[in-house]
Design a protein around this ligand. Structure first.
Ligand code: HEC
Ligand code: HEC
Length: 355
């Protein structure tokens, strides 16, 4: 739902700005934003078309612009590459267990597509498209979803004529009234339970398995002893599990922090036993390893050249690469702007060392 949040946040900000002049006077701080400043920032396009600039674009142009700017991640036909989002398909899957929610199958308003593309895409180069290009791209996304034919031209004038298949699929959230009778603030005062007992524990149920082996050992342990006792003893008695011993040389705080930073890499890279090459290569054992050496991964030319030049991913080289990939290596395939904070770089390297 992030696209809807975008719109809501934009609206909230707009009202803050409108209120700002009064506050500025009250506190004697700053100055009111000028109309131009607000206009540059105020990009919202609403479901009724409010905010759409004048312009138009056809499916053919859209196909070209899409191929140049979007297809590398979203596929030539908006069908998605690897784990990048699919923008087309999924018609009639919304009642499936694993529905495919795309612009065509799920989004109720075309304005969201226009706004989203105009505001935030291409990923990493947001707000570089002209309004006509955005109209053309949106026309092409509609075409990829079989919602218009290849002659179609989208403009601010016919924008509201496009019917989105799932337009009727959303309802106003009325739980505040329709479900109000389920909610009560009064605490239980009579015939309540005397005491609350723990009858089963998530760990025993294996709801949150930590590591294979460890969970099994615990099940045996708890089966042999009454649950209460096990509860008291477990944390102290627990010997450090194997991987923890391996990591002992690394600062566990840094590994943890690095795991968080690695979320930025996860859309392209995997680590661990079952890791596979994705958009980027597997990163197991990468710290201290030769560059460009992961089996079966198609590296860019500059990465191959660096590899045959003997580049080794020492911590220094890695940190230079991760801070500005494209600057460090002109023409690298890694479409990532870089990590700004030294500590993030240090942390992610520590994390990678643990694999
Ligand atoms: C480098 C990869 C990349 C490129 C290039 C790119 N996108 Fe995206 N796109 C993403 C990612 C990642 C998301 C999901 C972002 C999120 O959920 O916060 C996304 C999300 C979207 C979505 C919303 C999908 C959904 O169902 O939530 C649309 C629409 C979209 N992109 C359109 C475009 C268009 C149009 C272009 C070209 C002008 C483009 N993208 C270029 C990576 C990319
Ligand atoms: C948008 C996808 C993407 C993201 C995000 C990304 N990478 Fe990459 N990464 C790649 C690609 C593609 C390559 C191969 C580069 C080449 O061949 O030029 C690569 C290469 C690398 C290499 C060199 C691997 C080797 O075998 O020599 C390292 C190290 C690396 N990435 C680390 C990271 C880290 C750490 C992050 C997160 C901070 C990250 N990458 C984020 C796509 C990505």
């Amino acid at each position: 739902m992030s696209k809807f949040l975008n719109l809501v946040a934009g609206t909230a900000l707009a009202s803050t700005l409108i209120a700002a002049p009064a506050l500025a006077e009250k506190y004697g701080l700053g100055r009111p934003a000028t109309a131009d400043e607000i206009a540059a920032w105020d990009l919202d396009v609403a479901p009724d078309g409010t905010g759409l600039p004048v312009g138009s674009g056809d499916v053919f142009t859209g196909e070209e612009v899409f191929a140049d700017n979007c297809a590398i991640c979203h596929g030539d036909f908006a069908e998605g590459v690897d784990n990048w989002p699919k923008l087309a398909g999924g018609a009639d899957t919304l009642d499936h267990e694993d529905p495919l929610k795309t612009v065509g199958s799920y989004w109720p308003y075309l304005s969201t597509t226009w706004d989203y593309v105009n505001r935030s895409m291409p990923f990493g180069a947001a707000q570089t498209l002209s309004p006509d290009d955005v109209y053309a791209i949106v026309a092409y996304i509609l075409y990829s979803n079989d919602l218009v034919d290849d002659e179609f031209v989208l403009s601010n004038e016919n924008f509201l004529d496009v019917e989105m298949p799932n337009a009727g699929g959303f309802i106003i959230d009325d739980r505040e009234t329709s479900e109000a009778h389920f909610w009560t603030d009064a605490p239980c005062m009579e015939n309540c339970k005397d005491s609350v007992e723990i009858t089963m524990r998530a760990l025993v149920l294996d709801v949150t398995p930590e590591e294979e082996g460890a969970a099994e050992a615990k099940v045996e342990e708890t089966a042999a002893e009454p649950v209460e006792e096990a509860k008291v003893e477990e944390p102290a008695a627990e010997p450090a599990a194997e991987p923890v011993v391996e990591l002992a040389a690394l600062d566990p705080e840094m590994v943890k922090k690095g795991e968080k930073v690695f979320k930025k890499c996860k859309s392209c890279h995997q680590v661990g036993d079952s890791a596979k090459n994705k958009t980027g290569p597997i990163l197991n054992g990468i710290v201290g390893a030769s560059a460009g050496a992961v089996d079966g991964f198609k590296y860019s030319k500059p990465m191959k050249a660096a590899a045959s030049g003997g580049l080794v991913w020492s911590e220094d080289e890695l940190s230079a690469f991760l801070s500005r990939p494209k600057k460090y290596m002109k023409g690298t395939k890694m479409s990532f702007s870089g990590l700004k904070k030294e500590t993030d770089i240090e942390a992610v390297i520590t994390y990678l060392k643990s694999y």
